[in-house]
Structure formats: C-alpha cells, structure tokens
Design a protein around this ligand. Structure first.
Ligand SMILES: Cc1cc2nc3c(=O)[nH]c(=O)nc-3n(C[C@H](O)[C@H](O)[C@H](O)COP(=O)(O)OP(=O)(O)OC[C@H]3O[C@@H](n4cnc5c(N)ncnc54)[C@H](O)[C@@H]3O)c2cc1C
Length: 400
C-alpha cells in the first residue's frame, strides 16, 4: 500500500520521479493514482518523507499472481559507439531459464532495454524466450544504475515474474541488488546450479570458501532473483522461434541520470586477451613447479591456438598473472578443450572449468580430484608428458 502523509509540503518533486505518471498534485498535495506499480521511485524524491509504502508481511503474502521466468538481456560493451551485440551470457541464462520455465509450465521472457529494437524478438526467441519485454529510449545507450533499476523494478511490479535471472557481470552485479532492494526481494549471487524444488527456485552456490555447496530457497519474496557467472551454463542450440514482442514505453524523468558518461575506455575487452573467450585452454598448477617450467605450457597453447590458464596456487607462486586464474575467485571458463597440468582439482578450481566440453588432466597422483571431471586422464609426470605432447602436435601440423 502507498500513502501520502499529511506532512506533504506540495513541493511536487515526486511528480517527475514517477516513471508511470502515477503522481499528480491536487490542491498542493501529492495524489497517487491507479497507474502506480509500487516501484518506490517517488519515495526517495520526497524531501519530507511524506510518501510511505507499506509492504505486506512476506510470510503471509499471496504470490499466486507471480508467474514466469525472466532473464535480463545484457549487451556487450566494447566502449565503441553503434549497435551492441547481445552478450553470450544472456543466451546461457535463456537456455537455463527455458528448462526452469518448462518445469514450472510457465513462459520465459527476456527484458531488453535498448535505444531501439534490432529484431531482438528473433535473436532471443531462438534461444528459448517466449516473450521479449522491450523498452526503447536513448537513455539506455549507456548503462546507468538509477535508470535501469527504476525501469526494471517498474516492469517487475507491473508483470510480476516469479523468477528473475541476471548475469554475474559488472553490470548484473550492480543492477540485480539494486532492483532487489527496490522491490524488497532476496538475491542469490554467483549461482553455479539452478533447479526447481517443490515449485521454488533452488539456487546452488559455493559457500564457506567453496568447501560446501549451499542450496538456497526464497519462499518469502518474489521474484526469486539470482545471478549466474558467464560460462557456468551451457547455450542450447538455437531454433527458428521468434518471441512475442511486448513494448513498454516508460517515462524516464528528466534529471534521473546523475552520472553523465563523457568518455569510455573499456580495457581488456578484446577477445584475444580474454581467457573466457578461448576455445582451448592449457592450464597449469603448482605441479608445474617453477615459472620456467610453467612457461612450456605457452608453447603447447600457441601450437593449439589456445591460451594459458592457471590455478590459484600457480598464480600465488607467480607463475602466471591473476587475469589468467581459473576458478571461484578467478574467471569461469567453458572452452572446447581444457588441459589441466599439475592441478589437483580443488572444488574452487573445478567450479570455474568443469563445464568445458573436453577436459584432459595430467597428474602424477591417480587419486587427484581433477580426474573426477576429466574425460581423459594421464597419470604421469607432467614435465615428461608436455614435451611429448608438443612434439606430437608439431608432427601432426608438420612443424619442424
Ligand atoms: C575462497 C577461496 C577461493 C579460491 N579460489 C580459487 C580459484 O579461483 N582457482 C583455484 O585454482 N583455486 C582457488 N582456491 C584455492 C584452491 O583451494 C586450491 O588451493 C588450488 O586450486 C590448488 O591449486 P593446484 O591444484 O595448482 O595446487 P595443489 O592443490 O597443490 O595441486 C598440485 C597438483 O600437482 C600434482 N603434481 C605435482 N607434481 C607433479 C608432476 N611432476 N606431474 C604431475 N602432477 C604433479 C599433485 O599431485 C597435485 O595434485 C580458492 C580457495 C579459497 C579458500
């Protein structure tokens, strides 16, 4: 319930703050009409705290109106002007969201905030979306926390999804908690597994330094919100389906943008520098013993057209820079081929690479955990094997 208290001073600052034109001034007092979605955008605009939203007791709330699975569609931000591509992580979330929606027997929708439509219903429909909620506005060209969170909170209040998934990217990690706080919902960050349990979203993620997996349910809030890192979920093959387009014209009040982007420089965006974009990764761990011996992996990676990754132990020992660390506190990768050399397979490493298509592990310990996720395992001294592998690849490529 939303109320305007008698202490309203009639300053009218709440009127432009509402994205739905639901506030007007009547006789020097703010009046809220039926267009209100309870998004809460007017509350902080009131200098005398005269607008109050009373939320229902969550334990006794009726969630029957909340239906459907939503995915926030994120675009690549290369810092360059012009149309932006939809990020692969969006397709990963749609593919996973499709499974959840099918299990619940509900629709899957993507939420797109863009300057203008570029056939998104076709692209996102191909990866499982039944609907695309699209809001077009030139204000969406540069991501802005205030604008994006207010618009999406308003859409949530209007359409009431039961599940809402966000990528655990810089943008998603900024946006999802802001929306969750606006709509009084919970949020589980960095999920590595999502499934349905008794009609609720089971959100699995590592806890206590990765030593246990925690399964989290949110029975008392809607939507159930979660973020998932890129490369954790697999992209399903595209179909020729087109999603239904639902256009939403949302008024963005003047002055809502508090940050003006003057110049943008996005560092390390080129895929050639990014381990999460590599199709082949040759990764080394503490078992590589020294920086010099670790560097042999570069030769193998280059011959295979891939990149070198590292375990945290290898990074801590200075064998490789932090940007190449694979795992829970590094980057999550999902290449076509992952070769783990002298890596034990601690759970914190496995969560960052276990969805790779083919994993080859080389370790002298036959009981090393890395073998539990490997398709091919070589129990041997890695320093002997790498040289032989390099020779074999050179021979196959006819390189002397
Ligand atoms: C909060 C938290 C976050 C973490 N995040 C990450 C993360 O993002 N990524 C990550 O990797 N770790 C992470 N860790 C650390 C993780 O727990 C392990 O300590 C780390 O992954 C171990 O790295 P390693 O496998 O290279 O080393 P070790 O566990 O020491 O394993 C070395 C392996 O090399 C093998 N070996 C030794 N010599 C040879 C040889 N000559 N030939 C073949 N095999 C050999 C050994 O049998 C052994 O299995 C995290 C830990 C915590 C608590």
């Amino acid at each position: 319930m939303i109320e305007v208290l008698d202490k309203c001073i009639g300053c009218s600052k709440c009127v432009p703050a509402c994205p739905f034109n639901a506030v007007s001034m009547v006789g020097k007092k703010a009046v809220i009409n039926e267009a209100c979605t309870l998004c809460g955008a007017c509350v902080p605009a009131c200098p005398v705290k005269a607008i109050v939203i009373t939320r229902e007791d969550p334990v006794h709330r009726d969630f029957s109106a909340f239906k459907g699975v939503w995915v926030f569609a994120e675009f690549e931000d290369t810092g360059r002007k012009g149309p932006k591509k939809i990020r692969k992580v969006t397709l990963e979330l749609l593919s996973e969201g499709r499974k959840l929606a099918d299990e619940l027997g509900v629709e899957l929708a993507a939420v797109v905030l863009a300057e203008k439509n570029r056939n998104y219903e076709k692209e996102l429909g191909a990866y499982g979306a039944d609907k695309v909620y699209l809001s077009e506005n030139c204000e969406f060209s540069d991501y802005d926390t205030d604008i994006y969170s207010a618009v999406i909170a308003a859409l949530v209040s209007k359409y009431k999804p039961e599940i809402f998934l966000f990528p655990a990217t810089f943008t998603g990690r900024d946006l999802a908690p802001r929306i969750a706080s606006l709509i009084y919902a919970g949020l589980t960050a960095d999920c590595t597994g999502l499934s349905i349990k008794n009609g609720l979203l089971k959100q699995s993620r590592p806890a206590f330094g990765g030593n246990i997996m925690a399964d989290i349910l949110s029975p008392n809030s809607r939507p159930q919100m979660a973020t998932v890192r890129p490369n954790v979920m697999k992209v399903s093959p595209p179909s020729d389906k087109t999603a239904r387009l639902v256009k939403e014209n949302i008024n963005i009040p003047e002055g809502m943008r508090r940050v003006k982007v003057l110049e943008k420089k996005v560092a390390g965006y080129e895929s050639a520098d990014r381990i999460d974009c590599a199709d082949i990764i040759v990764s080394g761990g503490r078992g590589m013993k020294s920086r010099e011996k670790f560097n042999v992996l570069e030769e193998l990676a280059t011959l295979l057209g891939g990149m070198v990754g590292a375990s945290r132990a290898a990074v801590d020992m200075g064998f490789k820079e932090k940007s190449r660390q694979v795992g829970q506190s590094g980057t999550t990768v999902s290449p076509k081929l992952y070769i783990a050399c002298g890596i034990s397979g601690a759970v914190q490493h496995l969560v960052g690479m276990k969805t790779s298509d083919i994993i080859i592990a080389i370790n002298k310990d036959p009981n090393a955990s890395i073998f539990s996720v490997a398709k091919y395992g070589v129990v041997a001294d890695v320093h002997e094997i790498i040289g032989k592998l390099i020779d074999a690849v050179k021979k196959a490529k006819k390189i002397k």
